[in-house]
Design a protein around this ligand. Structure first.
Ligand SMILES: Nc1ncnc2c1ncn2[C@@H]1O[C@H](COP(=O)(O)OP(=O)(O)OP(=O)(O)O)[C@@H](O)[C@H]1O
Ligand code: SF4
Ligand SMILES: [Mg+2]
Length: 435
């Protein structure tokens, strides 16, 4: 253990390693055919959209969320691998966002990444010895070939690839999936990093080796004083592996807190739904899967107000209702009601695309060709009476017939920041302090 970083017991560490403030990574969209048609060209995918948190030395923070929620982008931004379009990332007080590549490069040895696919992250033409020696040589961390070799062997041993001499001579093709991931971890730790971002490090491995790799990582954290960001869509593994968890949705953190608090008493309705959806290992006890209804919205046009509102079972008046939600309600009703309801109701409504263009608080639902707006109003009132529990109606303030359709006025929406909610922080208006 001599040549590696001195042991920095995780328990002793309390300082802040990374501080993230209002971080944004927006990817510009260059006018697609659809965007030109809908007039929404020139927008941006808000992959990370105003994220703030601190990473304490020695902790394991999980970034958890469905596909596309921005986990990988956030993890890469912490390492300076993607350029933020706004906000700040500080490593021990030193700003990384906006640093030129020449100044980032020497810092990279402190910030390493382990990828999902160990096969793709190892060069098939290199023995493990060459692959592991390479970063040491680039950063000039060893003074002789003998020292480099000793360090490589020591690191292989540390990740459980023993006898190290034997593994040093092997190529990636000679390794099992679990052994490849051990080799990728060896390459990540050989420079003595402080932070390791592990992006779904076990999701491509056999079930039988997943726990072993996570256990190895916990062991390494203790011995080397590492800090981890663990990116996953698998809440069950986060429960086992993490100290704290940040739940991400559409580029935002919607809840963050100690892992025990998040599992024992999740506060955000999205976290509650994700936890309910964890498959029960005992099939006799298996509950129906209960993922939030609907699909994840387009990150280029996130919903108004709270971006979870279209899927939230307890959404209320000020959660951000808008005309797009009315379109979804009509379409879902016609799909559920079948041919008959579609044939009776669809002709009363004009072009539904108009509902995608609403300006937020109000929208005009166009009447169908030659149809009386009064009839359309009667239809909308009937739907409201038949489906009174649809959360959308809580946000509808007024509906009245006009010359060409029905004007629907929505309650103004509020975009919730993270509020204190018992032991965690949750971005939900239910936890807004009373004024
Ligand atoms: N280079 C890029 N250019 C444009 N959009 C991107 C780029 N990288 C990611 N995105 C978009 O940013 C959003 C977040 O992507 P990201 O890969 O960070 O999500 P994720 O949570 O890691 O998803 P997954 O679980 O599928 O890996 C997505 O909408 C994605 O399509
Ligand atoms: S603010 Fe809370 S209640 Fe409202 S939609 Fe968002 S998560 Fe649901
Ligand atoms: Mg990802």
């Amino acid at each position: 253990m001599t040549a590696l970083a001195p042991e920095r017991a995780a328990e002793k560490a309390t300082g802040t390693l990374i501080e993230v403030r209002d971080l944004e990574v927006h990817y510009a969209l260059h006018g697609t055919f659809r965007s030109r048609l809908t007039g929404h060209g020139g927008g941006a995918v808000k992959a990370v959209d105003g994220v703030s948190f601190e990473l304490r030395e020695g902790e394991v923070l999980g970034l958890v969320g469905e596909s596309g929620s921005g986990k990988t982008t956030l993890g890469r931004a912490l390492l300076g691998l993607v350029r933020p379009t706004g906000g700040s990332v500080k490593l021990r007080g030193r700003e990384l966002a906006g640093l030129p590549e020449s100044q980032l490069r020497p810092l990279r040895r402190h910030l390493q990444m382990v990828f999902q696919d160990p096969h793709a992250s190892l060069n098939p033409a290199m023995t493990l010895e060459t692959a592991l020696a390479h970063p040491l040589q680039i950063h000039g961390l060893t003074k002789s070939a003998a020292e480099t070799r000793a360090k490589v062997l020591e690191t292989l041993e540390l990740v459980g690839l023993a006898p190290a001499e034997d593994f040093a001579a092997r190529y990636p093709a000679d390794l099992s999936g679990g052994q490849k991931q051990r080799a990728a971890i060896a390459r990540a730790i050989i420079l003595g990093p402080e932070l390791l971002v592990a992006d779904e490090p076990v999701s491509m491995l056999d079930m039988s080796v997943r726990a072993k790799i996570l256990e190895l990582m916990l062991e390494l954290r203790k011995r080397l004083g590492l800090t981890y960001v663990y990116v996953t869509h698998d809440l069950a593994s986060a429960k086992f592996f993490c100290d704290r968890v940040a739940i991400m949705y559409l580029g935002r953190i919607v809840e963050i807190g100690p892992v025990e608090a998040i599992f024992a008493d999740p506060k955000h309705p999205y976290t509650q739904a994700l936890i309910k959806a964890i498959p029960e290992p005992d099939p006799d006890k298996a509950l129906p899967r209960d993922l939030p209804r609907g699909e994840i919205p387009d990150a280029a046009r996130p919903p108004l107000g709270c971006s979870f509102h279209p899927r939230c079972p307890v959404a209320f008046e000020s959660c951000g209702w808008e005309s797009r939600d009315l379109r979804t309600l009509l379409e879902e009703r016609w799909i559920a009601g079948g041919e008959e309801s579609y044939a009776a109701e669809r002709p009363l409504v004009g072009n539904l695309d108009a509902l995608d263009e609403g300006d937020g608080d109000a929208a005009v639902v166009p009447a169908g060709a030659g149809k009386d707006p009064g009839e359309l109003l009667a239809l909308l009132e009937r739907i409201r009476a038949e489906q009174p529990d649809e959360p959308l109606w809580r946000g509808v303030r007024d509906m009245r017939a006009e010359t060409h359709g029905v004007r629907v006025t929505f309650a103004p929406g509020t975009d919730p920041p993270l509020y204190d909610a018992a032991d965690s922080r949750a971005a939900c208006l239910l936890y807004r302090p009373r004024q």
